[in-house]
Write a protein that binds this ligand. Structure first.
Ligand code: AHR
Length: 512
């Protein structure tokens, strides 16, 4: 397959009148990769109000629930076809001892959540709760297991507990705790952020430790096999990826992780809702940097793994701002505006376009933490702008990538510029074509022409997420202020689809 870089060479840009107009050329390539639905994964940590007072309200709550998990959340996540859910951390993962979270709830020990607010964790939400939740969602569980403060035995016992169907000490324990059949967990994270909260290790030390852990990880009777994910680099720490790829034998690894958040300044992250255009621009600059990160980490992986057997797993990404006023700083509760919709739309387009190597990703985090898709307040629940982007992009799940080429007009602020348009395209198993377009420009409508010739398209429909102000968000008082709706501002003439993309909007085109 031609690289996107090579395809970009075919891009053209023509300016007509006041509006910039870009032509997006779509390439049909039989051997183009499938966009793994796992790129659309989520992450739920024992952090703030993600699990407790988020997903989990307990069996005795007045809030409708299934085994203690809110049914409104289950329904909302099913509607975005959540493919996988990562748990229990994050930094919490390397403090978590899974045996504390099984057996009668009243007898479970408590621990202090040392990373997130120093609150008492009563372990009432444990392995059974999480894996049953994943079953209810129809999502693959992704267990991030403790390496930093755990042992190989603790780790491998967990695998045996959830995956072994025969006679074994852990399968026996699972049955005693009420679960006959194993859950069959495929995705396993071997620690988290081992360069930081996971143990402040050097990559050389971690690579050795990883080899040791991975040697003893067996899938037991899990017919889906086991997929081992090494704790990956922090943003542009390319040396980390280089050492893991160099030092870990290929038969011991299926995925290498990468974490990158869109943060303006770690010491002054600024408000999630009350932000200037300059702050918006800087956030988008960070978000768009994902393309460079994925490209460069992929290049290192290509050097050691030219056949692309090992995947890049971006298992933490999203916007990170100051917490909402009056909330616990350790709980990372933030609102979610149209800016977050821009981050989501553009980042997911990047992942789609790199789906040859990026096979999995997890937005941080699902409920009430960072760039959440759902916020809750007692009985109330709202869906954020990011939720609607995830919903609109479900059409790309497991569809075949259609590589595109175009040259974007610029979004300019104070003499600095970013590409205004981000796009990706795919064709599903019914030959329906979808093109997702994001215009991050805060002021300008950008007209894009999608060249649909050769795709046999007769009917076109579209959905849009847009709003009056960039700072717009849903609140518990006004939960439906921002939501996706039908979009008709396009014209199809002789295979050329002309689309007027309003400022800061996400549009998904469907062509049949
Ligand atoms: O998602 C919040 C935290 O960010 C995670 O616990 C950690 O892995 C990362 O630093």
């Amino acid at each position: 397959m031609k690289t996107l870089k090579a395809l970009l060479a075919f891009g053209i840009l023509s300016i007509t009148g006041i509006k910039a107009q870009s032509e997006i050329k779509i390439q049909v390539e039989e051997d183009a990769p499938i966009i793994s639905k796992h790129i659309y994964g989520h992450f739920s940590e024992h952090l703030g109000r993600c699990i407790y007072d988020g997903f989990y309200v307990g069996e005795n709550s007045d809030i409708p629930n299934k085994d203690g998990v809110r049914t409104d959340i289950i329904e909302a996540l099913k509607a975005i076809e959540i493919p996988n859910l990562r748990w229990p951390g994050g930094c919490f993962a390397d403090t978590y001892h899974w045996k504390d979270g099984i057996g009668p709830k009243k007898e479970r020990p408590t621990i202090v959540n040392q990373w997130w607010g120093g609150v008492t964790e009563d372990n009432s939400f444990g392995t059974h709760d999480f894996l049953n939740l994943c079953e209810a969602l129809g999502a693959e569980p992704y267990l991030a297991a403790n390496v930093g403060s755990g042992t190989v035995k603790e780790f491998t016992d967990w695998i045996q507990y959830v995956n072994h169907d025969g006679e074994s000490p852990m399968a026996k324990l699972r049955r005693e705790n009420g679960r006959e059949k194993p859950w069959g967990v495929k995705y396993w994270g071997v620690g988290n952020e081992m360069w930081g909260c996971g143990g402040n290790m050097t990559p050389e030390h971690y690579a050795n430790l990883y080899r040791q852990y991975a040697t003893f990880m067996s899938s037991w009777s899990n017919d889906k096999g086991i997929y081992r994910i090494a704790s990956g680099a922090n943003v542009d720490d390319y040396h980390w990826t280089e050492v893991l790829m160099r030092d870990i034998p290929k038969h011991l690894i299926e995925g290498v992780a990468l974490h990158s958040y869109s943060v303006i300044d770690w010491n002054n992250k600024s408000s999630a809702t009350d932000f200037s255009e300059e702050e918006y621009f800087l956030t988008m600059k960070e978000a768009l940097k994902m393309d460079e990160l994925v490209t460069k980490h992929t290049a290192i992986m290509d050097k050691y793994d030219p056949d692309r057997k090992i995947d890049l797993v971006v298992d933490e990404w999203g916007g990170w701002y100051d917490v909402e006023e009056g909330t616990n700083p350790g709980f990372l509760y933030q609102q979610n505006t149209m800016r977050d919709a821009m981050i989501a739309g553009a980042t997911l387009n990047i992942f789609n376009n790199h789906s040859e190597r990026v096979k999995m990703a997890n937005l941080a985090q699902t409920v009430n933490v960072l760039q959440a898709v759902i916020l809750t307040n007692e009985k109330k629940m709202l869906l954020t702008p990011t939720y609607y982007v995830m919903k609109m992009y479900t059409v790309h799940h497991d569809a075949q990538l259609l590589p595109i080429s175009f040259e974007s007009p610029k979004y300019k602020v104070d003499g600095k510029s970013l590409p205004a348009i981000s796009a990706s395209a795919s064709k599903d198993s019914n030959n329906t074509v979808h093109v997702s377009l994001v215009n991050i420009d805060a002021h300008k409508t950008n007209t894009v022409t999608v060249n649909m010739n050769g795709l046999n398209i007769k009917n076109v429909s579209a959905t849009i997420l847009s709003s009056e102000k960039l700072q717009d968000h849903n609140t518990f008082e006004e939960p439906n202020k921002v939501q996706s709706k039908e979009f008709k501002d396009f014209k199809l003439k002789k295979g050329m689809l002309s689309v007027d993309l309003p400022p800061f909007s996400v549009v998904v085109i469907e062509g049949k």
